[in-house]
Design a protein around this ligand. Sequence first.
Ligand code: ZN
Length: 292
Amino acid sequence: MKERWPVIDTHYHTGVCLINTFDAENELIPWMDKNGVDIQVIFQVNEGFVHRTPDWNPYIGNDYISKIQKKFPDRVIGLCTINPWHQAPKTYNWPKAKYGRRMNLPIKDEALDELERSILELGLWGIKLHPLEHDFEINNKHIIYPMMQKLADLQKESGRRLFVVVHCAGDSVNNTPTQLAQVAADFPEILFLMAHAGYMRSFGTAGDVAEGIDNLKLNLTLNVTPTTLKHAYEKEGAEKFVIGTDGPFDLATTKRMIVRDLVGDGDEEAVEMVMGGNMAKYLGIPKIRYEV
Ligand SMILES: [Zn+2]
C-alpha cells in the first residue's frame, strides 16, 4: 500500500446558464476522473449569479451548488456566491439632519443571512468573491468586512475550516493583490485563495504582498506564466501555493503543467502539495491509500 495527497482543484464554475451548459449532476464526476481530480471545489458561474436558487432556473444559485455537493460528498466541496451589497445601512447618511443616527427602517442584512444559511443549512465550505464582475472593492470595510467577520463566526460555530476564493487577477481597481492581502491580514483565522495570482495585472505584486501572510495562498489557476511567482516560490516554498482549472471553460490539463513549470523538475513532493496536499491539510482531508 502507498499513500498520496488527493488532487484538489480549487476553481470550477458550476451551473447551467447562457455561457455554461455543463450539467454537473451528470458530467462533473466523469470530467474529474478524466482529468485526474479527486476533489473538486465548485461555485457558480460569475455572470448572472444569484443567492438562492430561483424557480425559473433550478440549475443555478447556492441551493444548486449544495445539491451537487450533497450528491457527491466525498468528491465535491461547494462555495456560496452572495451579493455583498444586500446589507442594511447601519446609520443614516441622508438627509443631513439625520446623519449618524441609527438606521431604523425594517431592512434586513440579506447577504449575512444568506451566508449563514449557506454554511449552516446548505453545508457549504465558504464563499467565492468576484469583485470585478459583482462590483465591490475587496477591502471595503463597510461591505466585505462584515461578511468576513460573519464567516469567521460561522467557522467557529460549524467546527469546519472555511475558505474564501477571490478572483484576484488585478484586472480592476476592485481586486488587486494588495487589497486582498490587507483583508487576509485582518482576518487571520480564515484561509484566502488569491485566484489567478501572478497573472494579468497581478504581475509583479501578487508574490510580494502575500509574503508572510500564512492564511493567504497564491492560487495558480490560469497563470500560464508562473515564473512571475518564482521569487515567492523560492522564498516561501510549495506550501504557499494551490491550483485550480477554471473548469469547465479551460483545458484541465494545463493545471499540472503550470505547477510543474513553477516547481521545476524532480520535486514530486512539492508538486503533490500544490496539486492538493496543502488544501487537504487545511481542510483535514486525509491522504488516499492505494495499492501498487
Ligand atoms: Zn473563474
